[in-house]
Ligand binder design. Structure first.
Ligand code: SF4
Length: 152
């Protein structure tokens, strides 16, 4: 069977989506749990073939924490737009999903879905590392669908 270069690249990259984290005004609770998935061997997202990157231009899956404060809104939009398509957006914690304890605050521009399309919600305050891992697995499947590798 002969594969064209696009299909080969897609099949090669689909094994290793790169993750990028955006802190949209979080209290850092969710970020500590995200760090757990990056640093603690028990959870380690690299077991899923994922890798955290420091550049949005290299990212495939973006994990957003925090309620999106008015101060962070422009930063979130600018960085989110720098991530190439197809990308998958994951809201980590109840803050980006609904505003959480900051809901209805005058200082909040979120929830995140008001600003950008959200593909996966990982609820919790903060979510446990297992829930974040599950969200990453789901995000990876959605990414494969967006790439046309996975049917459904
Ligand atoms: S969901 Fe909870 S832990 Fe996460 S940023 Fe919001 S308040 Fe903090």
């Amino acid at each position: 069977m002969r594969l064209d270069i696009d299909t080969c690249l897609k099949k090669a990259s689909v094994c290793s989506p790169w993750l990028f984290r955006i802190n949209a005004g979080s209290c850092n609770g969710c970020d500590v749990e995200l760090a757990t998935t990056a640093l603690i061997p028990r959870y380690d997202v690299e077991r899923l073939g994922c890798h955290y990157t420091g550049s949005p231009r290299q990212a495939d899956i973006v994990l957003v924490t925090g309620p999106v404060t008015i101060k962070m809104r422009d930063y979130v939009l600018r960085v989110w737009n720098e991530i190439p398509e197809p990308k998958v957006t994951v809201a980590v914690g109840i803050c980006p999903i609904s505003g959480g304890v900051f809901r209805d605050s005058y200082a909040i521009a979120g929830p995140l879905s008001r600003l950008v399309p959200v593909d996966v919600n990982v609820p919790g305050c903060p979510p446990r590392p297992q829930a974040i891992m599950e969200g990453v697995v789901l995000a990876k499947q959605i990414w494969m669908k967006k790439l046309g590798i996975l049917e459904g």
